[in-house]
Design a protein around this ligand. Structure first.
Ligand code: SF4
Length: 214
């Protein structure tokens, strides 16, 4: 079985049985969080879950240690525009970083400067900067060549990042009628990639997408 990975805040980890969690096939996690106290957490994440989330993170680190670091843990540290020194000197940051052997600090240094506004769906606060709209002439987004998604209504599409309503030209079939293998090898899938690569015909949803992966 291939390991599963995903990004999570861990806000609800306490609702899960740890043996089940560790036995579920998760290979690595990216923990999106901040360690600047309750008010800052609420400001950034929009929920009053700082204490519970911190407890969950500490519990996960401890349980992971018990299981010989079965899950590879990475951190994506958020801020609300504070200077770096403020972030890394917060006692909670130091606590978690100490338990993680410096990986939280490493995650903080690696966190990108730009973020996405999800096709305008999210109004960004001033301290976050929108990712530039990189040129994409004749270079299909890598996501088209690597992934497929099955939506809850059965539609099958190629981008799980921006096609929120499953109604773009990246929808290539329906799981109730088509096999995933057939859809992956379908002329429609090939055309979307080849039209972009050879004729510079870019799917409408991809033209203004700031998540474009080159
Ligand atoms: S350009 Fe954007 S919408 Fe198009 S496949 Fe890439 S991530 Fe998805």
């Amino acid at each position: 079985m291939k390991p599963v990975w995903f990004t999570t805040t861990l806000q609800h980890l306490h609702k899960f049985d740890m043996d089940e969690f560790f036995g579920s096939g998760i290979g690595w996690l990216v923990i999106s969080s901040m360690f600047l106290g309750r008010e800052k957490y609420k400001e950034f994440f929009g929920v009053d879950s700082y204490e519970q989330t911190l407890k969950n993170i500490l519990m996960l680190i401890k349980e992971n240690e018990k299981r010989k670091k079965k899950i590879h843990l990475n951190f994506s540290i958020k801020t609300t525009g504070e200077p770096d020194e403020t972030v890394v000197n917060h006692p909670d940051f130091k606590l978690v970083d100490g338990l993680m052997g410096g990986k939280v600090l490493q995650g903080f240094k690696n966190t990108g400067f730009f973020v996405d506004d999800w096709h305008g769906a999210v109004k960004l606060p001033k301290y976050l900067h929108k990712r530039p709209l990189y040129p994409r002439f004749f270079r299909p987004c890598r996501i088209l060549c690597e992934r497929m998604i099955v939506y809850s209504n059965g539609k099958v599409g190629l981008c799980n990042c921006r096609d929120f309503e499953a109604n773009s030209d990246l929808i290539i079939g329906d799981i109730s009628k088509d096999s995933l293998k057939d859809l992956w090898n379908s002329p429609k899938h090939a055309h979307l990639i080849n039209d972009w690569r050879r004729k510079n015909i870019t799917p409408a949803i991809c033209r203004t997408c700031r998540h474009y992966v080159y």
